[in-house]
Design a protein. Structure first.
Length: 277
């Protein structure tokens, strides 16, 4: 059986999006890995299934390219919002995920591109919510990378945006070996469910340069939940204000940690092509 899909991306973080609201879609991990292979398959960071929801406009299910299921994906939420509201009518969409319910608004839409804003909800800051394997202050984790007396990276901040993130603060993100360090931290025993790893360089009070290693996907050009987690981490440390532009390899996202404690993410959507699995 073939399934139609849209290949989409948010700042280069790319997805295969399948509308499964009428016909069930339950791919096996080996199928996902084959489709996600950039040499022999379609190639993507995440596979997205749009499913029906009793409590919202849709339910978004997310698989990483390694075949594993994850809770949510910020850039994909913008893409799903565009798909559900391609005329950019003035309405709020409720999109449910395994990481919780979110609300989204499409601000602009045309045939191939758009802009959407997503209310990602409140960041989760307790060690049990990340989760961590032991009690620890999530503002300053007791975690070091490199020699004990001269670590390369240390004392990161942990945040859950429906999925787990750990944010390291660096002087120059261009000098970070994201692949080596990210893969090491992703599977650290402190994170029983794995973790997304961000490296943040604060440019000024309203600008952050960030690179990311995504759990189950590796280096990606952008990560929406990672950008949200990075802004929260920087603001908690007093390094930035509660509103900032987070610049990733794929481009910038506007992130606001509002007074109601919700994190709002605004950024672009792009349709690359249509196809069949």
């Amino acid at each position: 059986m073939t399934r139609s899909f849209l290949k989409m991306n948010g700042l280069g973080n790319d997805f295969v999006v399948v509308d499964a609201r009428k016909d069930a879609f339950a791919p096996a991990p080996e199928e996902i890995r084959a489709w996600g292979d950039r040499a022999s398959g379609v190639g993507f960071d995440q596979l997205i299934s749009i499913e029906s929801s009793d409590s919202g406009d849709a339910f978004m299910r997310v698989w990483n390219s390694d075949g594993g299921t994850v809770e949510t994906c910020g850039n994909a939420l913008r893409c799903v919002a565009w798909y559900l509201n391609q005329d950019a009518s003035d309405r709020t969409l409720k999109i449910d995920t395994l990481g919780g319910a979110t609300k989204a608004r499409v601000l602009r839409a045309d045939a191939k591109t758009g802009t959407a804003s997503v209310d990602m909800g409140q960041p989760r800051l307790d060690w049990r919510e990340i989760p961590l394997s032991e009690e620890m202050d999530t503002l300053r984790l007791e975690l070091k990378v490199g020699p004990y007396d001269a670590p390369l990276y240390h004392t990161p901040c942990a945040v859950s945006m429906g999925n787990p993130h750990v944010v390291f603060f660096v002087d120059d993100v261009s000098k970070v070996d994201v692949a080596a360090t990210g893969s090491l931290i992703e599977n650290h025993p402190l994170f029983p469910e794995g973790v997304n790893v961000e490296f943040a360089q604060v440019i000024d009070r309203n600008t952050i340069r960030m690179r990311v290693w995504e759990r189950g996907a590796g280096i990606t050009k952008a990560c929406g939940t990672g950008a949200c987690a990075t802004l929260v981490a920087c603001a908690r440390r007093g390094l930035t204000d509660r509103t900032a532009t987070v610049i990733m390899d794929g481009g910038p996202l506007h992130i606001q940690w509002a007074d109601n404690d919700h994190v709002f993410m605004t950024g672009p959507v792009e349709v690359e092509f249509e196809g069949e699995l």
